[in-house]
Design a protein around this ligand. Structure first.
Ligand SMILES: C[S@@+](CC[C@H](N)C(=O)[O-])C[C@H]1O[C@@H](n2cnc3c(N)ncnc32)[C@H](O)[C@@H]1O
Length: 227
C-alpha cells in the first residue's frame, strides 16, 4: 500500500524499461486470454482511431492496427522507452507502420488533441497507478474521446475475493515493485470519474479475478440530472 501513496512513475518507467525484453515471456501465458477478451469487447471497426495506453511490447496494439485497416489509425503509448522500442519493432515486422504511431509518454498527460480518438484500450496498466493518477488519467481519456467514444479496460479487480487473489495480495505487499498490479474496484473508479459502464465481464486468470469493462464518458447534462 505504502508504495502507492507517492507518485512513483519514474520507478515504474525504469522497472518496465529493464524488464521489457522478457515481459512477453513472463506475462504472455497468463494475460493473453484476458487481453483477447478485452479486444473482443472493444470491437474495433475499420477506419477508427484507437489508442492503447500502456501498450507494452505491442501485442494488443498490433491486433488493433490490423483491425482499423488502412483507413484507420492505431496509437501505442507507453512510459518506458524499451517497451516503445519493442512495440515499434513488432509493428514494423507486421508491416503496419503506415497506420500506427508509438508515443513514449505518460498516460496521465496525453499528448493528443481534444475529441480526437474513437476508442481507448488499456490492459494491466490502470491498476499500476495510485488513485489520484487514475482520476487524472480517466479525465484525460474523457478529454481525448470523441462524443460517444469508448474505453475498454482489462484489469485485476477486487471482487470476487478468491484464495489466489489473497495470495497475490500477500505477494504484492511483500514485493510491490515486482508484483506491481493491484486489484482495484474498476467499475466504481470509472463511474466516480463520470463514465457510464456499458458492459462488464469477469474472468479468472490463474484464479485471480480480472475485470473487462467498457464505458463511455457521460454527457455533463445527463450526469447533473442523475444528481
Ligand atoms: C503490466 S504492463 C502491460 C502492458 C500491455 N498493456 C499488456 O497488456 O501486455 C504495464 C505497461 O504500462 C506502462 N505504464 C505504466 N505506467 C504508465 C503511465 N503512467 N503511462 C504510460 N504507460 C505506463 C508500463 O511501462 C508497461 O509497459
Amino acid at each position: 500500500m505504502g508504495s502507492h501513496r507517492v507518485d512513483d512513475r519514474l520507478i515504474t518507467r525504469r522497472w518496465y524499461d529493464r524488464i521489457a525484453p522478457y515481459y512477453g515471456g513472463i506475462s504472455g501465458a497468463f494475460e493473453v486470454p484476458s487481453r483477447r477478451a478485452g479486444l473482443r469487447q472493444l470491437a474495433v471497426e475499420p477506419g477508427e482511431v484507437v489508442i492503447d495506453i500502456g501498450c507494452g511490447p505491442g501485442d494488443a496494439l498490433t491486433e488493433i492496427a490490423h483491425r482499423v485497416e488502412a483507413e484507420g489509425f492505431a496509437i501505442g503509448l507507453d512510459i518506458a522507452p524499451s517497451m516503445c522500442h519493442i512495440a515499434r519493432r513488432h509493428i514494423e515486422v507486421a508491416g503496419l507502420t503506415d497506420r500506427c504511431l508509438i508515443l513514449e509518454a505518460d498516460g496521465t498527460t496525453l499528448p493528443l488533441a481534444d475529441a480526437s480518438i474513437d476508442a481507448v484500450f488499456m490492459s494491466f496498466t490502470l491498476e499500476l497507478l495510485p488513485i489520484w493518477l487514475i482520476d487524472r488519467l480517466l479525465d484525460e481519456v474523457a478529454r481525448i474521446l470523441v462524443d460517444d467514444g469508448r474505453i475498454t479496460i482489462v484489469s485485476l479487480v477486487d471482487r470476487p475475493v478468491t484464495c489466489m487473489q489473497t495470495l497475490y495480495w500477500v505477494l504484492h505487499w511483500c514485493a510491490p515493485r515486482m508484483i506491481d498490479c493491484r486489484p482495484i474496484p474498476l467499475e466504481r473508479y470509472l463511474t466516480d470519474s463520470g463514465f457510464q459502464v456499458e458492459r462488464a465481464e469477469r474472468e479468472l486468470m490463474a484464479g485471480i479475478p480480472v475485470g473487462i469493462v467498457t464505458a463511455r464518458p457521460q454527457a455533463i447534462g445527463r450526469m447533473e440530472s442523475n444528481g
